[in-house]
Write a protein that binds this ligand. Structure first.
Ligand SMILES: [Zn+2]
Length: 285
């Protein structure tokens, strides 16, 4: 049975309709994940759900323990992660209520730990194509089928937050050519790649940040209002997409670490091997 993880962002704190539901607390070498994982069955998939900001939305983007969240998913056997994320639109044609499946990220965060490696073991994975091409296409098709206005591809710029951008920043980001703006997909996608988990984002556009001359500047009330309208759509898309996800993977994500290690095998400390065991065991035997 395939195992699909869903990381719920702002507005998506639970996934209803699962069978055989249980709440699982996972211990990791990096401390506690955002909350307990909810494990259950949906259709023919084992589902693992985690609310990124914790239940009740207690954790701000800079405080998220991204390593613990992704490691927890890995430990629970997750091979595919659907990242549900509220974003601002940086393009006229991406209206509030639309869905975007980004193909690229620009990491503009400033104070986050973005790797499982270090402390005696070095690896450089490719982020040239930072999302899973298979899962992204499946999400795009499922979005269309579920009745969403969906945009295929685009650049997601990840800012540190928690403040929204200044108008000066927003205008500069637009000149850089980005399509959407958010606060959480980096380093989440980097860690998923290091964990050899397929990762793709279902981005829900909620506002026009603060660059638009006609629309109001982004604020939390409007974001939540647009999200509330779209959360059911996101759930329909998830239900639809899992029917098309395969049991076997053949994409770049599934062996991302194969040519990534630069530390010689005999130089990796036993402590590093223990800490990273579930990520690297098949390469250090
Ligand atoms: Zn993949």
């Amino acid at each position: 049975m395939k195992t699909v993880g869903v990381i719920g962002g702002s507005g998506l704190y639970e996934l209803k309709g699962l069978r055989d539901v249980r709440s699982v607390k996972v211990e990791t070498p990096w401390g506690d994940p955002s909350d307990n994982f909810v494990v259950g069955v949906l259709g023919d998939a084992k589902m693992v759900f985690l609310p990124r900001h914790g239940r009740g939305h207690r954790i701000m983007p800079s405080e998220i323990n991204f390593r613990a969240n992704i490691y927890g998913m890995k430990k629970l056997g997750v091979e595919w992660i659907i990242s549900v994320s509220a974003v601002g639109s940086m393009k006229e044609e991406i209206a509030p209520g639309h869905v975007v499946i980004p193909s690229q990220f620009f990491d503009h965060t400033k104070r986050r730990i973005s790797t499982f490696f270090g402390d005696g073991i070095v690896a450089h994975v490719s982020m040239a194509d930072p999302v899973c091409p298979v899962l992204s296409q499946a999400l795009y098709k499922a979005s269309k089928k579920s009745g969403a206005v969906a945009h295929d591809g685009g650049v997601y710029i990840c800012i540190e937050g928690p403040q929204f951008s200044s108008r000066g920043e927003s205008n500069i980001y637009r000149q850089w050519g980005v399509d959407i703006i958010g606060m959480t997909n980096m380093p989440e996608a980097k860690l998923a790649r290091e964990g050899e988990i397929c990762y793709a984002t279902l981005a829900l556009s909620t506002d026009y940040d603060c660059w638009h001359e006609v629309h109001d500047d982004v604020n939390v009330d409007d974001v939540i209002m647009t999200l509330t309208k779209n959360v059911e759509l996101a759930k329909r898309i998830i239900k639809e997409v899992i029917t098309t996800i395969s049991d076997k993977r053949s994409c770049i994500c599934s062996n991302a670490l194969e040519n990534a290690f630069i530390t010689s095998k005999d130089a990796i400390s036993d402590e590093a091997k223990r800490r990273l065991n579930i990520l690297i065991e098949r390469y250090i035997r």
